[in-house]
Structure formats: structure tokens, C-alpha cells
Ligand binder design. Structure first.
Ligand code: UD1
Length: 306
């Protein structure tokens, strides 16, 4: 039985992680519910604290009292659009809170088995090299991407400089139950799911040929747990399937699964949208992580969950 802290644990990925770990671990979740929902944790027994991770005093006390073995750091403002609109506020969450936590762990010499920071494929930007390796050039194009990149470097550097047990991951396009579909910048498959369910039209930006590397949230938490519990070096891992699928193909697969024809409205490509995305997952394979969910199975499971 380990003691686990999940910051942002009421959100989409954090709550899925909490569900997976709750059986054999003592879980504490900190979430200010700015994006997450308490209902995401309603059916499990976790120590839930509604609080902002930017309150450093509060976090220090929590770290002192919690005696955590593992910290999964998912608290973030995950909206890129929001980071463009309010860069300073999002910076405080997406970078400052991370540095403060790392610094406190170092100064207080807190004993910890792993600190795992969650970054994003956004760090790769729009460079043409393909597929994206962890060692590929980065091009953080938004405040969100800049903060995610800086925080992952801090995480890794605290491992290298001070021997803290740290690791970072870069999520590609994660989908599955509990993903919030309510913003135009929500994950596309949560929006498609909502449109199918509510028989509402779906707006596709561009011709649908843009590709993404989709990964089911269950596979994501499996990878995170394996990385947190079984790896030793402070480094970064892509978390993706390693397949690129055109958006229109995913939509057609989903239509077949649900038996519902989506009413598609076409609009021009969104500004800043990337054309292709695919991860090189050889580093993940080297540690024995192989996703179990095909797109077909993941979408079926997602639909059945609703
Ligand atoms: C993702 C991240 C984004 C990050 C980017 C960088 C999410 C939700 N977004 O964006 O924060 O900056 O990676 O790698 O994880 N689409 C539609 N209709 C919609 C919504 C989306 O056609 O209603 C299209 C988009 O224009 C895009 C594709 O679907 O071409 C995927 O969109 P999205 O799920 O937002 O992911 P990314 O664009 O990969």
C-alpha cells in the first residue's frame, strides 16, 4: 500500500488514474475544480481536497503531512486558448507550482519514490520532422507549451542535479470517459462523442485529413504507473499509440460503432492547427509498455461507458 498524491486528480486523466490506483493505494487528490469535477471521484474512496496548487503554504503542509511515496503532477490549466488569454495566471499553475513543489521536496529532503510530471505533445510545435522522438527538436508555440516544456525540464533537472526520483511524460491525443467536451478546444473525440449522443452537428475544421496519434485513457494510466514504478532515470517519455490516424477515419469508425450518422459541418482549418501528428514510441516499448486498446475497442468502450 503506497501513499499517492494526484494533483489535478478530479480531471479527466487524473481521475482515471485515481480509479486505477485506489484498490491498492492510499490516494490523496488535490484539485481546485476549475476544470475537474468532483463527480469524477464520486464512486471511489479517496482523500479529496479542493484547493489551488498555487497556494505554496498549503502545498508544503500537505507534502509534510502526506508522506507520499508517489506524486503524479497533473494539475494544470490545460486550455491552450486560456494560456494565450491569461499567460501569467496559467504560468503560475503550469510552471511556478511545479517548481515550488520540486524545490520544497529538495529543501526538506522529503523521501519519495517518484515525482511524475505530465507534459504535452504541444512542446513539439509544428516542425516537419516526423514521427516525434523524445530527442526531436521542440518548438513550444504557445504559453501553454512553453510552461509545459519548462516544467518538464525542471522536473528532469531536479533529478539530474539533486538525485530526486523524477520523470516526465508527454501526452499525445488522449481520449476516453470523463473527458470534458464543453469547450471548442476540448479533445476532438469528446466533442464527437457529445455530438453523436445528442444528435447535434459536428464542425470539422479542414478536410478531416489531419492525422493524430490517439491513445485511450486506460492505456495512458497504465503507462504512467509503469513509468512511475519501474523506471529509474530522470527522463521524458512520449505517451502515445505510435499510429497516426486521419480525423475523418476516426469519425467513420465511430459512426460504424454507434450506428449513428454524424451531421458534419465543414469549416476552414483552425489557425495554428497542425497537419500531422505521430509519436515515436520506441522508448516506451523499451520499458515494456504496449497499448492494449485499439481505436475500435477504445471508442466502443467509451461509448458503452456513457
Ligand atoms: C492537441 C491539444 C492542444 C495542443 C496540441 C499540440 C487537446 C485537446 N489539444 O491539439 O492543447 O496544443 O495538441 O500538439 O489535447 N477539431 C475539429 N472539430 C472540433 C474540434 C477539433 O475538427 O470540434 C480538429 C482540430 O482542428 C484538430 C483535430 O480535430 O485538427 C484534433 O483537435 P484536438 O483534439 O483539439 O487536438 P490537437 O489539435 O492535436
Amino acid at each position: 500500500m503506497s501513499r499517492v498524491l494526484i494533483t489535478g486528480g478530479a480531471g479527466f486523466i487524473g481521475s482515471t488514474l485515481a480509479h486505477r490506483l485506489v484498490k491498492n493505494n492510499e490516494i490523496t487528490v488535490v484539485d481546485d475544480l476549475s476544470m475537474g469535477k468532483k463527480e469524477n471521484l464520486a464512486d471511489i474512496d479517496v482523500n479529496f481536497i479542493q484547493h489551488d496548487v498555487c497556494d505554496h503554504e498549503f502545498m508544503h503542509q500537505l507534502l509534510d503531512n502526506g508522506k507520499f511515496d508517489y506524486i503524479y503532477y497533473l494539475a494544470a490549466v490545460s486550455s491552450v486558448a486560456d494560456s494565450v488569454k491569461r499567460p501569467l495566471r496559467t504560468h503560475k499553475v503550469n510552471q511556478e507550482s511545479v517548481i515550488d513543489t520540486l524545490e520544497y521536496i529538495r529543501k526538506q529532503k522529503l523521501s519519495l519514490k517518484k515525482f511524475l510530471f505530465t507534459s504535452s505533445a504541444a512542446v513539439y510545435g509544428n516542425l516537419p520532422d516526423f514521427p516525434k522522438k523524445e530527442s526531436s527538436h521542440v518548438q513550444p508555440l504557445t504559453p501553454y507549451a512553453v510552461d509545459k516544456y519548462a516544467s518538464e525540464r525542471f522536473t528532469i533537472d531536479y533529478g539530474r542535479l539533486y538525485g530526486l526520483p523524477t520523470v516526465a511524460v508527454r501526452f499525445f491525443n488522449v481520449y476516453g470517459p470523463r473527458q470534458n467536451p464543453d469547450s471548442p478546444y476540448s479533445g476532438v473525440l469528446s466533442i464527437v462523442t457529445k455530438c453523436l449522443k445528442q444528435k447535434k452537428p459536428f464542425t470539422i475544421y479542414g478536410d478531416g485529413s489531419q492525422t493524430r496519434d490517439f491513445i485511450y485513457v486506460e492505456d495512458v494510466v497504465n503507462a504512467m504507473i509503469k513509468i512511475a514504478t519501474e523506471t529509474k532515470s530522470p527522463t521524458v517519455y512520449n505517451i502515445a499509440n505510435g499510429n497516426e490516424t486521419p480525423l475523418i477515419d476516426v469519425i467513420h469508425t465511430y459512426e460504424k460503432i454507434t450506428g449513428i450518422k454524424l451531421n458534419i459541418i465543414r469549416k476552414k482549418t483552425r489557425q495554428g492547427d497542425i497537419d500531422k501528428s505521430k509519436a515515436d514510441v520506441s522508448k516506451l516499448r523499451q520499458i515494456g509498455v504496449k497499448p492494449k486498446w485499439s481505436l475500435q475497442d477504445g471508442l466502443t468502450n467509451y461509448w458503452e461507458y456513457l
